[in-house]
Ligand binder design. Structure first.
Ligand code: SF4
Ligand code: SF4
Length: 189
């Protein structure tokens, strides 16, 4: 829960009109919050989270008012992908010390413990909905974090600076142009 809401709107889109959080409180447990006026560790229920949801809803911190997961913003994600139903949490994150330029600002799809989203095809549908824009997408299953978008060949050229074949040149150039500012010092040499 650390990306700028305006950046989220620019990269993921505005809120989907008909979607609401309902009974879902996944982000209140899974995500780390590090706002000036409120913080909590990752994978820990917020101290304000009760059986019926946020116990301070009317006075909740600004970041909780402004932040929404990917399911609230990406209409192409299936209805069934609501995080409490699918066990998938999609969030846009900002990494202050990225290992490479595709980690600085990126979408992470987290598979939560007990999720059947890979087996029932929801994870594939979610990735299809997310991997169509100039935003890196990572998939995390808790043990490993894998880059899903851009694909391996494009990512290789973006990260190493090697000249791409002509059919990939425009795509590689677009990724470099947008994300070069996040390159770690030794990732583009
Ligand atoms: S994870 Fe998404 S749907 Fe669930 S409470 Fe947070 S913003 Fe709402
Ligand atoms: S303050 Fe409320 S909305 Fe914010 S993380 Fe805690 S329980 Fe969720």
């Amino acid at each position: 829960m650390d990306a700028d809401p305006d950046l989220e709107t620019a990269l993921l889109g505005p809120l989907v009109a008909h979607r609401t959080c309902g009974d879902c409180t996944v982000c209140c447990t899974v995500l780390k919050v590090a706002a000036p006026d409120f913080s909590k560790p990752a994978d820990t229920p917020c101290a304000h989270l009760g059986a019926q949801g946020c116990t301070i809803h009317a006075a909740r911190p600004g970041i909780c008012r402004d932040w929404f997961c990917g399911w609230r913003r990406v209409a192409a994600m299936p209805e069934a992908a609501r995080p409490d139903r699918s066990g998938l949490l999609v969030s846009l994150g900002f990494e202050r010390a990225p290992r490479n330029c595709l980690e600085g600002v990126a979408v992470t799809v987290r598979r939560l413990e007990g999720s059947g989203a890979i087996e029932d095809g929801t994870a594939a549908a979610v990735l299809d909905a997310l991997c169509d824009r100039l935003v890196p997408v990572w998939f995390s299953d808790g043990a490993r974090k894998m880059l899903m978008h851009p694909d391996e060949e494009v990512a290789g050229h973006v990260l190493t600076g090697t000249p791409p074949p002509a059919p990939l040149a425009a795509e590689v150039a677009a990724w470099r142009a947008r994300y070069a500012a996040f390159a770690a010092p030794d990732a583009t040499r």
